[in-house]
Design a binder for this molecule. Structure first.
Ligand code: NAD
Length: 527
């Protein structure tokens, strides 16, 4: 692995205390305020923050303020709301270097992976500003009595939406879901992850520059469980992204209040290499999808299932491509992979690899922590000989580690791909797109990429994205990613007064008329 220069001090020089204060003022702590949050920068192990922290009472008060702001916001035209989002888009693209520095400082990823968050949020902002009105448009349907009555389904904002997001994509996951929720006429309470609050707060400040009214999007911060649960206890709908374990807690709490929840959870994503695949492309796709975001991406590849006929050749390609990765802690695009986000992440990744090796797996590339680069670095790693008794076989590692499995044929590859309970993302490499498509339909995963590892589905933002099985409920992106922040309301109207017998009809006459109509409509094949 090539190593490039590594920073000594992680705090970007331009981040003064005054700048910090200008962002942290966006933490909503109206009443009491708790202990300040201090996260640790993964590049140098020094504190980032401090960021004021909320209590559960603060969250309840914040939601009350949001309710008032939402009523006014929802009366604006869609176009007026969209103009704010367009201005935000332009500011984000122009000032991207600031937030790229913050993402790297707080989270440690390589700059290219941080930039992908800009790309994703920019595309989502434009997409929903342009197509949101169509996604929310009234839907006319046939009413009970043609001509004399009419029926429409209209979309009503949920009210106050809680968005709980993790640290791994603080911009994309914190803001990408907020934009469609706000455009649909909701107020949003964003819960910042304790590792990455500054990125979300910087973005909130930018949204204010774009003209967003102060209380339409408020950010609460504090310990995950207490503040996250307070959000679920007060809002009208929850968008949660995080681990499957926490997702279950959120789902149960939301069920208790009978509010909806969209849950984007963990994965254990497979990539299938068919015998006819372009092996160089498959290896390149695997490296990009497995080690993206230092492997801390919900849709990243952790299992590579290779047809036996090409296993040895593919393994050689993958090991070469992995070994060529450049690692380092730098605020530019000269490295491929950055650090893990925290000591806890490093400990988990190292433990998974150590457990596998102790039980007989072989390290083909990487496999070591790299304290010489920074306290949380781990090399991109390829393993083989992984068996089900090893934790990393079916348990999510969430790090730069991929395991190779040999499949006898396509059926065997499918069997391995569908092992476990997760079903988030998958990939199939093959020159025969129709054959790959047939396999894709039989993989239990919310998205399947053909001849790409993971980015294609994520970047195809008109299509819904989410999990099957233990990987979640609901979809982000596309129409569903916006309509879920609304309730469907049916509005019907009659030009002939109330439905039922008129003043001169008996019930008996009305039933006879109704039965005649049923028979006639069956004969005419109507509805
Ligand atoms: P996590 O579940 O620990 O935390 C996620 C968020 O929930 C954080 O903001 C945290 O503070 C908050 N939280 C913690 N306890 C809570 C509670 N009891 N109630 C409400 N909120 C609570 O997840 P993590 O470890 O920080 O993130 C990594 C996980 O997220 C991985 O499993 C990854 O696969 C998953 N993830 C999924 C997607 C997706 O789109 N499917 C995207 C990114 C990450």
């Amino acid at each position: 692995m090539t190593v490039t220069a590594t920073v000594r001090s992680a705090r970007p020089g331009w981040v003064t205390d005054a700048k910090l204060a200008s962002w942290t003022r966006w933490v909503s702590a109206p009443a009491t305020g708790g202990e300040p949050l201090t996260a640790v920068a993964p590049y140098d192990g020094r504190p980032t923050g401090p960021v004021p922290s909320c209590t559960s009472d603060d969250v309840a008060a914040t939601v009350a303020v949001a309710r008032r702001a939402q009523r006014e916001w929802a009366t604006l035209s869609f176009d007026a709301r969209a103009q704010v989002v367009y201005r935000f888009h332009d500011l984000l693209v122009a000032r991207q270097d600031e937030v790229l520095d913050l993402i790297q400082w707080e989270m440690g990823k390589g700059r290219f992976h941080a930039w992908q968050e800009i790309l994703q949020v920019g595309n989502l902002a434009r997409h929903y500003a342009k197509h949101g009105a169509a996604y929310l448009a009234d839907h006319k349907v046939r009413a009970a009595i043609p001509v004399a009555t009419s029926a429409r389904e209209v979309r009503v904002p949920k009210g106050v939406v809680g968005i709980i997001s993790p640290w791994n994509y603080p911009l994309y996951l914190g803001v990408g879901d907020t934009i469609p929720a706000m455009l649909a006429g909701n107020a949003v309470i964003g819960k910042a992850d304790p590792q990455t609050p500054l990125t979300l707060l910087w973005t909130r400040a930018l949204m204010a520059e774009a003209g967003l009214p102060e209380h339409v999007w408020q950010v609460v911060a504090g310990p995950g469980a207490a503040i996250g649960e307070a959000v679920v206890d007060n809002v009208d709908f929850v968008m949660f992204t995080g681990s499957t374990a926490t997702g279950r807690i959120v789902a149960q709490r939301a069920a208790g209040r009978l509010i909806g929840a969209s849950l984007e959870l963990g994965g254990k994503n497979p990539l299938v290499v068919r015998a006819d695949a372009d092996l160089e492309a498959a290896a390149r796709g695997t490296v990009m999808a497995a080690f993206a975001n230092t492997g801390q991406m919900c849709i990243h590849i952790e299992r590579v299932i290779v047809h036996a006929d090409v296993y040895d050749d593919f393994r050689a390609c993958l090991v070469a491509a992995t070994s060529a990765q450049r690692l380092g802690a730098v605020y530019d695009y000269s490295v491929d992979i950055g650090s893990l986000a925290s000591q806890a992440q490093l400990d988990k990744v190292a433990a998974h690899v150590a457990d596998a090796v102790a039980k007989g797996a072989t390290v083909l590339a990487g496999g070591r922590a790299r304290p010489d680069l920074g306290p949380c670095f781990f090399e991109p790693t390829v393993l083989e000989g992984v068996t089900e008794d090893m934790e990393l076989c079916l348990g999510e590692t969430f790090g730069p580690v991929v395991a190779l499995y040999r499949a006898a044929d396509d059926e065997d590859a499918l069997r391995i791909a569908n092992q476990g309970t997760a079903g988030l993302s998958a990939s199939v490499f093959s020159k025969d797109i129709a054959a790959a498509d047939a396999i894709a339909r039989r993989i239990r995963a919310g998205s399947v990429n053909i001849n790409d590892g993971a980015a294609l589905a994520a970047g195809s933002i008109e299509a819904g994205m989410g999990g099957m099985g233990s990987s979640g409920l609901g979809r982000r992106h596309g129409g569903e990613g916006m309509r879920k922040y609304t309730d469907s309301q049916t509005i019907v109207a009659s030009k002939i007064g109330p439905l039922g017998p008129n003043a001169r009809q008996t019930l008996d006459q009305f039933v006879k008329l109704g039965n005649g109509q049923l028979r006639l409509m069956r004969k005419l094949r109507v509805r």
